[in-house]
Design a protein around this ligand. Structure first.
Ligand code: CO
Length: 267
């Protein structure tokens, strides 16, 4: 039997058309890096899939995409997580893959590529690449505050860990999260202590989607921009997802290489 090899990229997804550029950039780089593999994309968020379906745009869930590939005779598929940390979304993906091995008559073999941040090297690499996310012209006493998603999963600890790595690169790099620790309120005293006057807000997310557009840069009074400005800081916005930076995408690509190697070893 001839092997039929595929790659399934899995992202949370986005319903913001302008944020899709980041996802399209990953797909483009992966296709160029692995020309012998068919590359597909799935969205983990059911809410986003439903919303897009109403607009006539269809994306599969990971389970559905995997079942389709099985049905189409794929034998080897590397599933690559496009998440930032190994949180709930990544756990779900692991569980979906292991559930597949329970299905009778399934010949397809899956491996799983880790999210952006997984091992020591990923933290080092990402921290040194964050420079590519920030504006070229710097202001004095300017903080670069990266907005992570945050979670109540134990992997939230990846965020304060990343902050430690970031401080090895620049004392002007700060990190806070929308839904986890540290929050914006918890980082503000540090910004004041370090005499920061201007805060440049940058998404530490795969795409600059809903959180970046509304929670970070929105005009509502509880957005990060509004809260910081009300507290006397000047702000600047970078509306860019990490997946728009090719060198950052290559971290995911390297994880995908590892996942592909695993498939071939167990052949
Ligand atoms: Co969210």
């Amino acid at each position: 039997m001839n092997p039929k090899k595929g790659i399934l990229l899995v992202t949370f997804g986005t319903s913001q058309a302008q944020a899709m550029v980041a996802i399209e950039n990953i797909v483009r780089i992966v296709k160029t890096s692995f020309p012998d593999f068919e590359v597909r994309l799935a969205f983990t968020s059911a809410m986003i899939r439903r919303k897009l379906r109403k607009e006539g745009v269809h994306y599969d869930s990971p389970a559905f995409a995997m079942a389709k590939m099985d049905e189409e005779g794929f034998t080897h598929v590397a599933v690559q997580s496009l998440h930032v940390i190994p949180g709930f979304e990544f756990d779900d993906l692991k569980n979906t893959i292991s559930a597949f091995s329970m299905i009778p008559k399934t010949k397809i073999q899956f491996s799983l590529g880790s999210p952006l941040l997984f091992q020591h090297d990923d933290f080092l690499r990402l921290s040194s690449l964050l420079e590519k996310m920030i504006p070229i012209e710097r202001k004095s006493n300017q903080a670069f505050l990266f907005m992570g998603h945050g979670t109540h999963h134990c992997a939230n600890a990846f965020y304060p860990a990343l902050q430690y790595y970031m401080w090895q690169i620049s004392p002007f790099y700060f990190l806070a999260t929308v839904e986890g620790f540290p929050s914006l309120e918890q980082i503000i005293p540090t910004l004041k202590e370090k005499k920061m006057e201007n805060v440049c807000l940058i998404p530490l997310m795969t795409v600059a989607g809903d959180h970046a557009i509304n929670d970070m840069a929105g005009e509502e009074e509880d957005s990060w921009k509004s809260v910081l400005e009300a507290d006397g800081f000047q702000t600047q916005i970078v509306m860019k997802g990490m997946a728009e930076i090719d060198d950052i995408v290559l971290i995911w690509v390297d994880h995908l290489k590892t996942a592909l190697e695993q498939l071939l070893i167990n052949n």
